[in-house]
Ligand binder design. Structure first.
Ligand SMILES: Nc1ncnc2c1ncn2[C@@H]1O[C@H](COP(=O)(O)OP(=O)(O)OP(=O)(O)O)[C@@H](O)[C@H]1O
Length: 251
């Protein structure tokens, strides 16, 4: 269980990116964040893995408490949280396997990471590649792979962390619709198989309908819809996407 308790984020320039949000995400849920550009989706995801500390409220995880309680707890949470980005953040000159092994570095001390990782880590990385159908491309350079394949490497890298949580920020936004659907289907299948809690921001409503257990609609940093993907009517989509922007904190 991941819980947000009145989480809010105001940037130093006065932009209120997220207004107080409370939410419980049960284990294994595939939650999709929908919302127009600037709604606060990325900011919220960055608060959930502790890349940003909310200016108000707290994020707690079952068995760990507040992820911000101290540096050690935050590190533990980060190790258990796989991040997937739109631009996958791979190192182009490294092989697919080496990129996936980056996902194992967090599990070791800085000193240990300077040496070759144990065989068990390499096996886990290979298994992760197999799960996204790219085992045979393990030794190819990442920059020689297609966009869809690169995003699958990004998924494999997150899975090599053996995460409890996956946070994905528009993971298929730069892919064509058919490839995007296949990549998201892979992510969804693996999260289901491993009982991973996933929070995924998307711009594609049809993909939200297809894969989400639950949808949160964000507009201007607030939750304007919370419910099942099946109930996403045009009226609700208008509420999410046509809200007038109002982002500056009162002086
Ligand atoms: N570092 C920052 N400093 C100041 N303002 C920021 C910062 N990061 C984001 N913002 C602002 O916070 C608001 C929310 O941005 P955010 O990136 O979270 O939206 P988003 O829903 O993820 O948008 P997109 O779909 O375009 O990625 C926007 O008004 C944005 O300009």
């Amino acid at each position: 269980m991941l819980q947000l308790h009145y989480v809010a984020m105001t940037f130093p320039n006065g932009v209120r990116a997220v207004l107080p949000i409370s939410l419980s995400v049960p284990k294994g849920q595939f939650l999709v964040l929908l919302g127009p550009s600037g709604a606060g989706k990325s900011t919220l995801l960055r608060c959930l893995n502790g890349l940003l500390k909310p200016t108000q409220g707290d994020v707690t995880v079952e068995g760990l408490g507040s992820i911000f309680s101290n540096a050690r707890t935050l590190r533990k949470h980060r190790i258990r949280t796989g991040m997937i980005f739109q631009q996958h953040h791979l190192i182009g000159r490294l092989t697919a396997l080496q990129n996936v092994m980056v996902g194992r570095l967090g599990a070791h001390s800085t000193l240990r990471s300077l040496f070759a990782l144990p065989l068990a880590d390499r096996l886990l990385a290979l298994q992760s590649l197999e799960r996204v159908g790219l085992l045979e491309r393990a030794l190819d350079r990442a920059d020689e792979l297609s966009g869809g394949q690169q995003q699958r490497i990004g998924i494999a890298r997150a899975m090599a962390q053996k995460p409890q949580f996956v946070l994905a920020d528009e993971p298929v936004a730069s892919l064509d619709p058919a490839t995007g659907e296949r990549v998201l289907a892979d992510l969804h299948r693996i999260c289901r198989e491993d009982g991973i809690t996933a929070i995924v921001s998307l711009h594609q409503i049809d993909l939200a309908r297809q894969f989400a257990d639950r949808v949160i609609g964000l507009a201007n940093g607030r939750i304007v819809y919370e419910g099942s993907a099946l109930q996403l009517s045009q009226t609700i989509l208008d509420q999410i996407y046509l809200a007038a922007p109002s982002r500056m904190a009162a002086a």
